[in-house]
Design a protein around this ligand. Structure first.
Ligand code: NAP
Length: 311
């Protein structure tokens, strides 16, 4: 099968096409023919630093939408031909930028019928992150007031809609050109982070989702009510300092890494089916143009998700 790999760490130019043997599903695994693969910032971070994977060669990519080709021993919930989507186990399950992947069958949920593969591949990692941060960690409830930083990004735009679906009042930050988009996805109060310091316009919040890091963590703590929670999706190194800071202010500081989660994936699919969660696709590239797709992603300015299509 065709895959995009790298032998050294570096910029997008280290990426190149290789041929690999088609994988074989082990017990309880499925072999999925990848029809589309979503990109996430962790892809370009791993490409350039090795991150949690260490030294290349490796094939990156965690987000898959595709068709079950065959099933391993005991994998009973799918049969060949089923259309599925899911996030490969992070970090060890990487390899979505290829024509085929194998993974435990419960990595995947049935692809929502209202989405094509390109749209579906944009949902799993960002959607599960948003769901796990808001629902499992922050435990956002009806009437809560929630701030989503980078609300137009891959995680942010799905987080906004999930928080709205749970009955929250949502504040979202983005540059001014994206404010119409933020209102369309349900943000109640938009904040232009380039002209307005969010700490001057919000206070007493129940939860903040921090996708930015740096001084956004300590500043976000100051806009929470006592007992409120900040969920940091950035480096855990920063989080130990942040915890101390949170204790002083009487707020909960949590850090998380997204995990495959069949029940949450089904919940996302249900919201999609009900028309309450829409994925925005910023750009689509063929697999062979992964380097170009990453260059766009690394700009840090995209709205929604970048996706690769795979023949
Ligand atoms: N812990 C986890 O499990 C986990 C999972 C997923 C993602 N993450 C991390 O979360 C971060 C966001 O991921 P993503 O996929 O959403 O990224 P993304 O799609 O690349 O985010 C792009 C968006 O960020 C916005 N942005 C950039 N700087 C901003 C700022 N200072 N204030 C407000 N908005 C800003 C941009 O809007 P403008 O053009 O308006 O600036 C753009 O719309 C990344 O660091 C990623 O690695 C962590």
């Amino acid at each position: 099968m065709k895959a995009i790999s790298q032998d050294t760490l570096g910029g997008p130019d280290v990426l190149h096409e290789i041929d690999l043997p088609k994988p074989v599903p082990g017990p309880t695994e499925v072999l999925v023919r990848v029809r589309a693969a979503g990109l996430n910032p962790t892809d370009w971070k791993h490409r350039s630093t090795g991150g949690l994977l260490g030294k290349p060669p490796f094939v990156l990519g965690w987000d898959v939408s595709g068709v079950v080709e065959s099933v391993g021993m005991g994998a009973a919930i799918y049969k060949p031909g089923d259309e599925v989507f899911g996030m490969l186990r992070y970090p060890v399950g990487h390899g979505a930028f290829a024509q085929y992947v194998t993974a435990p069958s419960r990595t995947f949920a049935p692809k929502p019928v209202s989405l094509d593969h390109t749209q579906a591949a944009g949902v799993p990692l960002a959607g599960l992150t948003a769901w796990q941060a808001l629902v499992d960690v922050a435990r956002v409830r009806d009437g809560d007031r929630v701030l989503v930083h980078a609300a137009a990004g891959g995680v942010g735009h799905l987080a906004v809609q999930i928080a709205k679906a749970r009955g929250a009042y949502v504040y979202g930050t983005a540059s001014a050109a994206k404010h119409d988009f933020l209102r369309r996805i349900g943000v109640d109060q938009v904040i232009d982070y380039r002209s307005t310091d969010f700490t001057t316009v919000v206070e007493g919040l129940d939860a903040v989702i921090d996708t930015i890091g740096g001084d956004y963590g300590p500043r976000s703590i100051t806009v929470l009510r006592p007992g409120g929670v900040i969920v940091s999706l950035v480096s855990s190194m920063e989080v130990s300092d942040l915890r101390e800071h949170g204790e002083k202010h009487g707020v909960r500081v949590e850090s998380m890494l997204c995990e495959p989660d069949l029940s949450a994936l089904r919940s996302l699919a249900a919201l999609i089916g009900a028309g309450r969660l829409r994925v925005a696709i910023a750009a689509v590239f063929p697999l062979e143009e992964l380097a170009k797709a990453m260059e766009l992603g690394e700009s840090g300015r995209t709205t929604g998700k970048i996706v690769l299509t795979v023949d």
